[in-house]
Ligand binder design. Structure first.
Ligand code: NA7
Length: 548
C-alpha cells in the first residue's frame, strides 16, 4: 500500500472497490480508508434478518470484467445480503483489492491544503494521510439514524439498528421484540423477526406500499443465457432510464409463464373497472408493477392506490389491523417501491401486534419497553428500522473543508450544490461517487458506480496527460445543474406535496427539503458527463500545476 498515493479513496463498498481496480489500471497508486473491517459497504453493514436487494442480481453486478460475469453463480434471482457480500469478497480476492485498503479506519476530517494543493485526511485515531486527489465513495445510505426518543438510553435490553446489525448471531428465541419503522428495512425484517421471536410489536408511523418480491431460485438456463448475452445486456443497461437491461431470457422462459406485465396493456386507465379488479384478483399486488401510467398520471395513481388498499384488506384477517396497514396519506411512486416476502401475512400471526403511532405516538422508552400515549409495551429487544441520513449524510459527517477552509456544511446549508453529483466548486480534485444530483439511487447502483468511477478515472488521466493541476466545476455549472435537477423532479410523484421521502431529506428533522437524486434518467445524465469529457471539461475550471 502506497504511503504517498495519487488518490485517497474513502469507503470500500462497491464504489471504492471498483475505484481501486480502475485507478490501478491507469498506473495510479491508491489507498482506501474504510470504517468497517472488510469490503462490501451497504452489504457489509445491513445484515439484519431478511436483508435483500431489490434489483435482480444478474443486473446488480459489475460489468467491467467478462471473466467475473462468467464465473460467478447467483443462487437466487433477487439475492440476499449474505450472497451479495460473498460476491463482494470474491471480487476483492480475485482482483487483490485489499492490499490497497486500510480497514477499521473512520475518516473524521477531509481538508484541502491550499499551499500544497493536496487533500489531507485525518482518521479517528489521529493518523493523517495526503494525496493530490480524493474520492468520496461513501455511499448514499450509509449513515443510520435513530430518533431521539426520551428515555432511550435507559432501556435495559438489547438495542439494534437494521443499518448496523451485529456480526455475531442475534438470538431472538423466546424474546419479546419491538421494531420501530416500516420502510424497506422494517418490511424486510418484520417477517423474519416474527418467525424468530416469541412476540413482535411493530411500531408503525406511516404505512408502506409493499409488493411481494420475486422469490425464485436462479435457474441455470437463465444464468447461462445472461452469460451468453452479457455484452449486449450491459449496453442495454447503458440506455435504460434506471440502468437495468430488462433482458428477457428467451430460450429459458416458457410461453405459458404469463405475467401481469405481458398479459395486459401498459396503462391501467385502458382497463375497465371490472378488468382492473379481475387483474388484482388474479395476480395480487404485483399486478400494479405492470402499469406505467400509475407513476405518471394522477388519475391512474388514485385508482391504483384504491386497488392496492382493497387488496390489502383481503390479505390481513383482523379488519382493524388491516385498516391500520393501509397507506392513505400519499400515493404509489412517491417513495422507492418496497418489495417484501410475507409482509402482510405476518400480521395474521398470533405473536405479532401492530401499533399505529398516528393513533398513539411514542412518548418514551423505559428500561423495560416502549411507552405510547395509551400503553406500555414490554420488550427484551428494540430494533430501530428508522432509516438513514441519505445522500448527503456521509459527506457532511466527514467534515470536508475546501479552498480557504470553507466547510461543505456551510456550502450545503440550504441543500446540496454540486455539478453532476461528481464535484463541488471550491473543492478542487475532490470527487464524489453517486453524489447528490446524479441518478444514484434511482439507477441500478452498480451501473451508476461504474459510470462515475470511469468518468473520474478518465478525468484524472486527462489532467495528468494535459499537465493540468486541478479541476473543479464552475460555479455557474453547478447552479445551472441544481436548477435542472429540481426542474426535472417537479411535477413527478416523487415531489408531490403529500410525499415525504428520504429522497427529499424529509426523514431528517431540519434537513432542507430538496429532491436529491437526478430523475431525468441515466442515459441523459451519462450523455451530459460524456459531453463534458469529450469537450475538454468546459463546465469546469482547470488549474495550473504548482511549480516544483
Ligand atoms: P426508510 O425508508 O427511511 O424508513 C424508515 C422508517 O422508520 C419509516 O417507516 C419511518 O416512518 C420510520 N421512522 C423514522 N423515525 C421514526 C420515529 N421517530 N418514530 C417512528 N417511526 C419512525 O429507511 P429504510 O432503512 O427502511 O430504507 C432505506 C432505503 O434502504 C430503502 O429505500 C432502500 O433503498 C434501501 P415515516 O415514514 O418517517 O413516518
Amino acid at each position: 500500500m502506497s504511503d504517498r498515493p495519487d488518490v485517497l479513496i474513502v469507503g470500500a463498498g462497491f464504489a471504492g472497490m471498483y475505484a481501486v481496480h480502475r485507478f490501478r489500471s491507469l498506473g495510479l497508486s491508491v489507498k482506501v480508508l474504510e470504517a468497517g473491517s472488510d469490503v462490501g459497504g451497504t452489504w457489509y453493514w445491513n445484515r439484519y434478518p431478511g436483508a435483500r436487494c431489490d434489483v435482480p442480481s444478474l443486473e446488480y453486478s459489475y460489468g467491467f470484467s467478462p471473466q467475473l460475469e462468467q464465473e460467478w453463480d447467483w443462487p437466487e434471482v433477487f439475492s440476499a445480503q449474505e450472497d451479495i457480500l460473498r460476491y463482494a469478497n470474491h471480487v476483492a480476492d480475485r482482483f487483490d483489492l485489499r492490499r490497497d485498503m486500510q480497514f477499521d479506519t473512520r475518516v473524521t476530517a477531509v481538508e484541502y491544503l491550499d499551499d500544497v494543493h493536496r487533500w489531507r485526511l485525518t482518521t479517528e485515531r489521529g493518523e493523517t494521510l495526503e494525496a493530490p486527489f480524493c474520492v468520496m465513495a461513501t455511499g448514499c445510505l450509509s449513515v443510520p439514524v435513530k430518533p431521539d426518543i426520551p428515555g432511550a438510553a435507559t432501556f435495559a435490553g438489547e438495542v439494534y439498528h437494521t443499518g448496523t446489525w451485529p456480526h455475531h448471531d442475534v438470538d431472538l428465541a423466546g424474546k419479546r421484540v419491538a421494531i420501530i419503522g416500516t420502510g424497506s428495512s422494517g418490511v424486510q425484517a418484520i417477517p423474519e423477526l416474527a418467525r424468530q421471536a416469541a412476540h413482535l410489536t411493530v411500531f408503525q408511523r406511516t404505512p408502506v406500499y409493499t409488493i411481494p418480491a420475486n422469490r425464485k431460485r436462479m435457474r441455470a438456463e437463465v444464468q447461462d443465457e445472461f452469460r451468453e448475452h452479457y455484452r449486449e445486456i450491459r449496453e442495454m443497461q447503458q440506455n435504460n432510464q434506471g440502468g437495468v437491461s430488462n433482458f428477457r431470457p428467451i430460450k429459458s422462459v416458457r410461453r405459458a409463464n404469463v405475467s401481469p406485465s405481458n398479459a395486459f396493456p401498459a396503462r391501467l386507465l385502458d382497463l375497465t373497472p371490472e378488468q382492473r379488479h379481475a387483474t388484482m384478483e388474479r395476480f395480487g399486488l404485483g399486478a400494479l408493477l405492470g402499469f406505467r401510467d400509475i407513476y405518471t398520471d394522477p388519475d391512474a395513481n388514485e385508482i391504483a392506490n384504491d386497488l392496492y388498499r382493497e387488496t390489502v384488506l383481503t390479505m390481513v384477517r383482523d379488519p382493524e389491523t388491516a385498516e391500520r396497514l393501509l397507506p392513505k396519506t400519499y400515493g404509489l411512486g412517491c417513495k422507492r417501491q418496497v418489495l417484501d416476502r410475507d409482509y402482510y401475512d405476518t400480521f395474521n400471526r398470533d405473536n405479532v401486534t401492530l401499533i399505529d403511532l398516528t393513533e398513539t405516538p411514542i412518548e418514551s422508552i423505559t428500561s423495560r419497553g416502549v411507552r405510547t400515549t395509551t400503553g406500555h409495551y414490554e420488550a427484551d429487544v428494540i430494533v430501530y428500522a428508522t432509516g438513514f441520513d441519505a445522500m448527503t449524510g456521509a459527506l457532511l459527517r466527514a467534515n470536508i473543508r475546501g479552498r480557504n477552509g470553507r466547510k461543505l456544511e456551510d456550502k450545503w446549508r440550504d441543500g446540496p450544490v454540486a455539478y453532476l453529483g461528481l464535484q463541488m466548486s471550491g473543492f478542487p480534485n475532490l470527487f464524489t461517487v453517486t453524489g447528490p444530483g446524479s441518478p444514484s439511487v434511482l439507477c441500478n447502483m452498480l451501473v451508476a458506480i461504474e459510470q462515475h468511477v470511469n468518468w473520474i478515472a478518465e478525468c484524472i488521466d486527462y489532467l495528468r496527460t494535459h499537465d493540468v493541476g486541478s479541476i473543479e466545476p464552475l460555479r455557474t455549472s453547478e447552479v445551472e445543474w441544481v436548477a435542472h435537477v429540481n426542474e426535472v423532479a417537479e411535477g413527478t410523484m416523487y415531489t408531490a406535496p403529500s410525499c415525504n421521502s428520504w429522497y427529499l431529506g424529509a426523514n431528517i428533522p431540519g434537513k432542507p427539503r430538496i429532491f436529491m437524486p437526478y430523475v431525468g434518467g441515466y442515459p441523459r445524465y451519462r450523455a451530459r458527463c460524456e459531453q463534458e469529457a469529450a469537450n475538454g471539461y468546459p463546465g469546469f475550471a482547470l488549474g495550473d500545476r504548482l511549480s516544483p
